[in-house]
Design a protein. Structure first.
Length: 397
């Protein structure tokens, strides 16, 4: 679990996040990565694209990647660590932080505003703990933000062909992380994504503004929400934000904001020297485990809110179906302020296809087999007992 790290030296190990939880698969994939081979998404939580460094000269060929599944990403701000400590101590702090992040099965870190000379060393540290990295790029960011090419570059192709192989071919490199917060910037980001189609994906840092990867934005949880909750009505702010993101269609992954505080911004996961309280530990662990458990099933699925006459349907309950290929899922989310003890009923007409039964997908692997609800006379009733912000997920058959 995420805890106070204990060492500042490199200890390479397999910290890969694996959906199937198979040590053999994780070990094989890690050895392939260290050999420079491209990895497919099967079994991986953190997915994304190739991050690259635009260099003044030279070109590189981007390696091919497979279609992504689901990403679990921790935003990590390097600047406050580098600014607060002398160089050696700062690098030891970053090393400990990356170890702690990986130990909680978070498979990817998002690094923005990174100085060019620091990139390779950051990638080396991440690779030592099995983390993948999404990196920003100043020159591509300049083009997306302003619509102008940087000095010495006259076309988008030239911009993207000037990639430093020391970064682009690093085994820990995962995504080109660019911020686009308005329509024009998003259009230019789409041009970058189209130019890299078939070779890499592009991660929009502002996940709530734009679809990420294969057409699904990422759920975003903010550490500041935990600070302001005060434990009211037993709600877990992390889980509440995660579930609200799912029903809003943000099924591309989970982005946790953020590990360390930046001056003037809300707090991060850790404080001061890296200590944090039990509430942070519990909430962070819960949302990561649930995202891992449900994310692979709902990745990229499109939500459809259910509406219709249901006399047992109380205020606060939100019923949403998700379709991914031939699989269908139902999420019941308590968006109200009080406990939800109810038995909502859905019919064939509401979901657009016959329903024989629903099988619960437990939020953790230790919860055992899920409950089975059988439909009767074309109606499926699902009793729920949910605290505020909680949810239950079923697969429909």
């Amino acid at each position: 679990m995420l805890g106070a790290p204990t060492s500042g030296v490199y200890r390479p190990r397999d910290r890969s996040v694996n959906l199937e939880r198979s040590p053999a698969i994780a070990d094989a994939r890690l050895r392939l990565r260290r050999g420079g081979a491209a990895l497919g998404p099967t079994g991986w939580l953190a997915v994304g694209s190739l991050a690259c460094l635009i260099a003044p000269v030279g070109c590189a060929t981007l390696p091919a990647i497979d279609r992504p599944t689901y990403r679990i990403v921790m935003r990590y701000d390097v600047e406050p660590v580098r600014a607060a400590h002398e160089a050696d101590r700062a690098w030891k702090t970053i090393d400990r932080d990356f170890e702690a992040i990986a130990s909680d099965d978070i498979g990817e870190v998002l690094l923005v505003h990174v100085d060019d000379p620091d990139r390779v060393r950051l990638l080396d540290i991440a690779d030592a703990y099995g983390l993948r990295v999404s990196l920003s790029d100043r020159r591509v960011q300049y083009f997306v933000t302003t619509g102008r090419f940087p000095n010495g570059c006259r076309s988008l192709r030239a911009l993207l062909d000037g990639i430093s192989t020391a970064v682009s071919r690093h085994p820990a490199m995962r995504a080109l992380a660019i911020s686009a917060t308005n329509e024009r910037a998003i259009d230019r980001l789409d041009r970058v994504r189209a130019a890299l189609a078939g070779r890499t994906e592009v991660f929009n840092v502002n996940a709530e503004y734009h679809h990420a990867g294969f057409g699904a934005a990422m759920s975003r949880v903010h550490v500041s929400s935990l600070e302001s909750a005060g434990g009211e009505a037993g709600a877990d702010p992390f889980l509440t934000e995660f579930h609200a993101g799912l029903i809003a269609g943000r099924t591309g992954g989970l982005l946790i904001e953020r590990y360390r505080r930046v001056a003037g911004d809300p707090p991060g996961v850790v404080r001061g020297r890296g200590a944090f309280g039990p509430s942070m530990t519990t909430s962070l662990r819960a949302v990561v485990i649930r995202a891992r458990r449900w994310g692979g099933k709902l990745a990229g699925a499109r939500p459809t809110p259910l509406s219709g006459e249901d006399p047992g349907h109380r205020q606060g309950a939100k019923l949403t179906t998700f379709v991914r290929g031939k699989r269908r899922y139902l999420l019941v989310f308590n968006a109200g302020d009080g406990y939800l003890r109810d038995a909502p009923t859905i019919t064939h007409d509401l979901v657009g296809a016959p329903i024989k039964r629903a099988v619960e997908i437990p939020p953790t692997s230790v919860a055992g087999a899920g409950r089975v609800r059988d439909a009767r006379n074309g109606r499926l009733t699902i009793p729920v007992n949910l605290r505020p912000g909680d949810a239950v997920l079923y697969e429909l058959f």
